[in-house]
Design a protein around this ligand. Structure first.
Ligand code: ADP
Length: 309
């Protein structure tokens, strides 16, 4: 009897007897049924084996990727650390030369030194950002109770001053959504989150556009407040959206570089928000603007009552 799986014959099932005419039609029918069941069983066993091999291969590939990722993180952390010292020297010497402590300097030389100084500062900022990514953990946060509305309102009004000083013509508004939303947060870190998100909205929105920051209180059983930063800027293509929170990722590296970024701002945002127990995500379409949303757990009512009494 052929062992048939779909259109393939994967073997045969034979039954022998030393007696002539030992098998009847009934035996034949029985053997047909047995053969079809054996064929299915063999196919299942083969599929299972293939699946197990695949799972093992995937697991090995995953382990390798994780190891590479750890190696990359370690290398970035080490290099960053090693860059810090020479930069301090560099800054020191730039200052000494510029102040004429090492001999007379011309106006042109001072101008050049100012450029070097500025570039040194941006490398320093980059290093601080990379190190911040390593250091931000739930236990490193200095949490205190704050009204999230006040924190966001303040961050927006600070950003408005920045817009004026940079000569950008964008409207930036805050929609508070409630009077008070109590949160236990590391204020400096959350300010950094809002600052990074507003800075991106400003960077990727042309003059004449609008940026709206809104704070939403928790709804129903959901014990999380939401802050959204919506812009009318260039937007992000759907296939790129999943990557924007990765370290060093920029949708368009040329534009990103011109804007003075290094692809770390959103990675820092994600790290800080998640250390607080919240989530951050982006929604966007090319040319249609973007909305970034982050959530933060609010203080439980009982907890709040306990501190008020
Ligand atoms: P960078 O500091 O280079 O801006 P980020 O991590 O903050 O790095 O952002 C990563 C990339 O995500 C940016 O380079 C840009 O391509 C894209 N992006 C972030 N925010 C926006 C936005 N509001 N509108 C359009 N693109 C954005």
């Amino acid at each position: 009897m052929p062992l048939r799986v779909h259109d393939h014959i994967i073997g045969t099932l034979t039954l022998d007897s030393d007696q002539p005419h030992a098998f009847t039609e009934r035996h034949e029918r029985l053997l047909t049924i047995a053969a079809s069941q054996v064929a299915v069983a063999i196919e299942n066993a083969q599929l299972y084996e293939q699946l197990r091999d695949r799972a093992e291969q995937l697991e090995a590939a995953n382990r390798e990727l994780q190891e590479l990722n750890d190696l990359r993180n370690e290398m970035v952390a080490n290099v960053t650390h090693e860059l810090r010292n020479p930069l301090t020297f560099l800054k020191g010497y730039i200052g000494l030369i510029r102040d004429g402590e090492l001999g007379p300097v011309s106006g042109e030389q001072i101008e050049a030194l100012n450029v070097i100084n500025e570039k040194t500062d941006s490398v320093s900022r980059l290093i601080s950002d990379i190190l911040a990514l390593e250091r931000i953990t739930p236990s490193s946060l200095h949490r205190e109770r704050h009204n999230l509305i006040d924190i966001v309102a303040r961050a927006v009004s600070d950003a408005k001053v920045g817009l004026l000083t940079e000569g950008r013509s964008l409207t930036l508004t805050h929609e508070p959504g409630s009077d008070a939303i109590l949160v236990d947060i590391d204020k400096d870190r959350i300010n950094q989150v809002i600052y990074n998100l507003i800075t991106n909205a400003v960077k990727f929105t042309r003059d004449g556009g609008a940026i709206t920051v809104a704070t939403h209180p928790p709804k129903g059983d959901i014990r999380f407040a939401r802050v959204t930063i919506r812009d009318t800027g260039i937007g992000i293509a759907p296939d790129k959206l999943a990557y924007v929170f990765e370290r060093f990722y920029q949708v368009d590296p040329m534009v990103g570089y011109q804007q003075g970024g290094a692809g770390l701002g959103l990675a820092i945002v994600q790290r800080i928000v998640e250390a607080h127990g919240g989530r951050v995500w982006a929604e966007s379409e090319s040319g249609q603007g973007s909305t970034f949303t982050f959530t933060l757990p609010v203080v439980a009512d009982d907890d709040n009552a306990a501190t008020e009494t």
